[in-house]
Design a protein around this ligand. Structure first.
Ligand code: UDP
Length: 479
């Protein structure tokens, strides 16, 4: 497709190049996709966003883009909250959208033929979990680039999955053979710093077969594409990126952290409570613990109680995000989720609870001194950029591996392993936020600030990610 001699940005442009996007319809995938679209739009590309009706983006936030809804009949209506349901949801989405996407894309290409002198489609950038839709695009002659919204380490783990099964770290028998509890703390020698328990399918044999399929499809999506775009940066994952580059035949563009790099407008699916920014304005510097578990993770009612009492007993100011539906099995009448009876009285004047926050702005606020996170990759990167220490309580998928990097490789936070328990929570908060008395806390905060500086450097002019965006633009123009 396309032709030589066109720049996206400027002077010699005779035809404008259009980049098509298709994201997975979850918050942690939609955000980086819009951030990438923002970057490419700023470089002169026209943007078309294909999307499902499920979790459709708000087109009014992005008036310069075209939006194409794709019928998704048969998709489950609820957001997934476990690895098994998420994977089944992704398979359902690939199936449901295959034919409607083909129809919509063919119509767009036909329309484009009629305006061939002004504009042409350069490529489709699709989430690496949308192999079926990438196949459709390539079948219609549109080159594809795969977008990975997780870490480089996570994709390296994807590529190593068959080897890990062969070596016996993971059970290859699937549903009948979960990995024994005693093996979970074994180091994965071929893939440091992971332990077996950090691998997404380790704890449950029930998800093993599904994981194998979803991983092999994502690897195949990347290998059959014209390149891999990944939301990370060289100073954060230099070895992991080097390993991907040596194992993949396609170019790898690490261009993150996208949320700092891109001029994207908000792509939040939920209404953000901006009142918490005013509340933060009234708090002292680095005094507030910000607590959020992302858009999909859920917890039991007793975990919520331990979380609440750990925060209350720490005595620190806090901003707690309790998304509707975060408590597993709670009746719809318990919205917002119910905190323990005397929590409000115990913490009056010291904290704020919201159902959804403008997280990037919250983390960048000088009043925030630490971040308790579930370690979704976006939240992890946002915490890294904010330069605050992180308390990690991962729930599923890649979150355990991300937490392992925070507490073991970058050493900018602490992991809360095992059952949530208020005493452990209180102690960890006090280590991270204590004023001077804890050497560990001082070191954590120092390393977090240093990593944030490296993140800022990577997206500054001539930083590694900035240069990779130039390479990506040239690559797209060459397709
Ligand atoms: N987020 C937000 N407000 C909140 C909590 C989360 O805007 O109150 C955003 C957060 O900034 C991040 C995304 O939701 O960009 C969550 O993505 P992540 O990969 O961290 O986790 P997931 O939701 O996929 O588990």
């Amino acid at each position: 497709m396309g032709s030589v001699g066109h720049t996206a940005t400027g002077t010699r442009t005779r035809r404008r190049r259009r980049v098509l996007f298709f994201s997975l319809p979850y918050q942690g995938h939609i955000n980086p996709m819009f951030q990438l679209a923002g970057l490419l739009h700023a470089r002169g590309f026209a943007i078309t966003v294909f999307h499902t009706h499920f979790n459709a983006p708000d087109a009014s936030q992005h008036p310069a883009y075209d939006f194409v809804p794709v019928q998704d009949d048969g998709m489950p209506a609820d957001s997934p909250d476990t690895v098994q349901v998420t994977v089944e949801h992704m398979f359902a989405l690939n199936r449901a959208c295959e034919a409607p996407f083909r129809e919509r894309l063919a119509a767009l290409l036909e329309q484009q033929q009629q305006h061939a002198r002004e504009e042409d489609v350069a490529c489709l950038v699709a989430d690496a979990h949308l192999l079926t839709l990438m196949d459709v695009a390539r079948g219609l002659g549109v080159p594809t680039l795969a977008l990975r919204t997780g870490s480089a380490a996570c994709f390296r783990w994807f590529m190593a999955f068959p080897m890990l099964c062969d070596k016996g770290y993971l059970s290859a028998q699937g549903v009948q053979s979960p990995v024994a509890e005693s093996q979970l703390d074994m180091p994965v020698m071929e893939l440091p710093p992971y332990r077996v328990r950090d691998l997404p399918s380790a704890a449950s044999g029930a998800t093993h077969g599904l994981m194998r399929e979803v991983i092999s499809r994502a690897v195949s999506a990347v290998k059959t594409s014209s390149g891999l775009i990944i939301n990370t940066f060289d100073a954060l994952e230099a070895d992991e990126l080097a390993s991907l580059r040596s194992d993949l035949a396609v170019p790898v563009f690490d261009i993150g952290p996208l949320h700092v790099h891109s001029p994207a407008a908000s792509s939040s699916l939920l209404q953000q409570d901006r009142g918490c920014l005013d509340w933060l304005d009234a708090q002292g510097p680095a005094s507030v613990l910000y607590v959020s578990f992302g858009s999909l993770a859920s917890m039991s009612a007793s975990d919520l109680a331990e979380t609440a009492w750990g925060i209350a007993n720490s005595g620190r100011p806090f901003l707690l995000v309790l998304r509707p539906g975060i408590v597993r099995g709670a009746p719809p009448t318990q919205q917002p989720p119910q905190l323990p009876d005397s929590f409000d009285a115990e913490t009056r004047g010291r904290g704020m609870v919201v159902s959804w926050a403008p997280q990037e702005e919250v983390l960048a606020h000088p009043a925030v001194g630490a971040f308790w996170t579930h370690c979704g990759w976006n939240s992890t990167l946002e915490g890294v950029c904010a330069g605050v220490p992180m308390l990690c309580h991962p729930c599923f998928g890649d979150q355990m591996g991300n937490a392992r990097y925070v507490d073991h490789v970058w050493r900018t936070g602490l992991s809360l392993d095992g059952e949530l328990e208020r005493g452990k929570v209180e102690a960890a908060i006090s280590t991270m936020m204590g004023s001077g008395e804890s050497e560990t806390g001082t070191e954590l905060r120092g390393r977090a600030r240093e990593l944030s500086r490296r993140a800022a450097e990577s997206v500054a002019k001539a930083g590694s990610s900035d240069l990779n965006v130039d390479k990506l633009v040239n690559h797209i123009l060459s397709l």
